[in-house]
Ligand binder design. Structure first.
Ligand code: AMP
Length: 375
């Protein structure tokens, strides 16, 4: 793909119409682009702010071709894009992110290989395709460990923690539904962090501050930025990002989740798109993960990232919306982002709020006191 600049007036096609597409669209519209979204749900979160929607399944190849015809460049907001569709777009020269980032991140086996090929540390693991291999792997890796499906899992789905022999039953059941599992040693981490960065088409990388992530029920609950880690850990995270991005050939905004153990990191997961743990960049940095993404895919120079200080982002799941808004007057400094989802479900991400200040720890402690952050 040639690095021709796509300027205002050009059309960006987005596969997937959730909140990430919506936040990409918001900045793309500021910058003067037209946005066309492909999503099966009419009036999905992205369609509410985009110029046009193609209402069709993500893997409807006719719809993908229509999107390609109507767009100057195409991107996506989730990793499970149909690979045939991605290849069609790459061959047409309008998918600067390429199909490879998707191929790798759709499959935990390929993802781990990319981490290892990049000389990055990962927890002990084995790929298994039969009950026998599963038993041998668990014996070698030991308890506690975790079994994950190689494809299709997210937010803790397709995962089972193995604490003793009886848990192997559930892993065997999972294996019957999937062709491969990955067995990983359970990491007694001190904290979880992520690094969100953007790589341009010419290979220049800009990093956002390393973020610290707190999960509840496997779903991101809150992000503190910058993470409460040493400069040495932050530098290891940036080096890992660079190595992995170069191995895969990343273009656009990308996120890497890691475990921190003492002064070491272990790479956990890759996401080839803007990430929930990078939402704080909208208010906390002079360029957001979404704006930087749009710039990268359109061939514009990346903006050097400067942070205005600390931030704490809290996700609003369905169950959190009413309690949060009922105490809005006590939280005037909350920047509100609601995603326009039609149906509220208790564990569905309905929006998020971001708090900015010099010291994220003070903000964090206040939010714990007010029970906006569950401790
Ligand atoms: P994943 O889908 O791989 O990102 O896993 C979701 C969450 O499960 C992670 O953010 C961790 O909190 C936890 N987890 C996953 N794998 C491990 C592991 N090997 N050791 C400890 N915790 C893990």
């Amino acid at each position: 793909m040639q690095n021709n600049k796509l300027l205002f007036g050009s059309t960006i096609g987005i596969i997937g119409g959730g909140q990430l597409g919506r936040m990409m669209t918001t900045v793309a519209k500021h910058m003067g682009y037209r946005v066309m979204v492909l999503d099966p749900t009419p009036d999905c979160p992205t369609a509410q702010v985009a110029d046009e929607q193609i209402v069709a399944a993500y893997d409807d190849l006719d719809a993908v071709r229509e999107l390609a015809e109507k767009s100057d460049v195409v991107t996506y907001e989730f990793e499970n894009v149909d690979l045939t569709a991605a290849q069609i777009l790459e061959d047409a020269g309008i998918l600067p992110q390429g199909a490879n980032s998707l191929r790798v991140t759709q499959d935990r086996e390929l993802e781990k290989k990319a981490m290892v090929d990049s000389n990055q540390p990962v927890a002990d693991f084995a790929i298994v395709t039969s009950t026998e291999e599963l038993q041998i792997a668990v014996e070698e890796i030991g308890y506690p460990s975790v079994a994950k499906t190689c494809r299709g899992g997210y937010d803790g789905k397709g995962q089972v923690k193995l604490t003793n022999k009886t848990d192997i039953e559930s892993a065997v059941e999972m294996l019957q539904q999937a062709d491969r599992l990955i067995i990983e040693k359970w990491v007694p981490f001190d904290k979880e962090i992520s690094i969100v960065f953007t790589r341009s088409q010419s290979g220049e990388i800009s990093y956002f501050p390393v973020a610290e992530n707190i999960h509840r029920d496997h779903i991101l609950h809150a992000t503190i930025a910058p993470a409460r880690v040493s400069e040495q850990i932050a530098e290891k995270a940036r080096q890992a990002a660079k190595a992995i991005a170069e191995t895969i050939g990343v273009v656009g905004t990308f996120a890497i989740e890691m475990f921190v153990c003492g002064e070491d990191i272990l790479i956990n997961e890759l996401a080839p798109r803007p990430h929930n743990s990078g939402h704080f960049t909208i208010e906390a940095c002079d360029v957001s993960q979404f704006e930087q993404h749009v710039r990268a895919i359109c061939g514009l120079p990346l903006i050097p990232v400067h942070s205005h200080g600390g931030a704490v982002m809290v996700n609003l799941l369905g169950k959190d919306v009413e309690p949060f808004f009922s105490q809005l007057d006590d939280n005037p400094q909350a920047h509100i982002h609601m995603y326009g989802k039609a149906e509220n479900k208790p564990l569905r991400k309905m929006g998020h709020v971001t708090f900015i200040g010099d010291n994220p720890l003070i903000i964090y402690n206040k939010l714990v006191e007010k029970k906006i952050i569950e401790n």
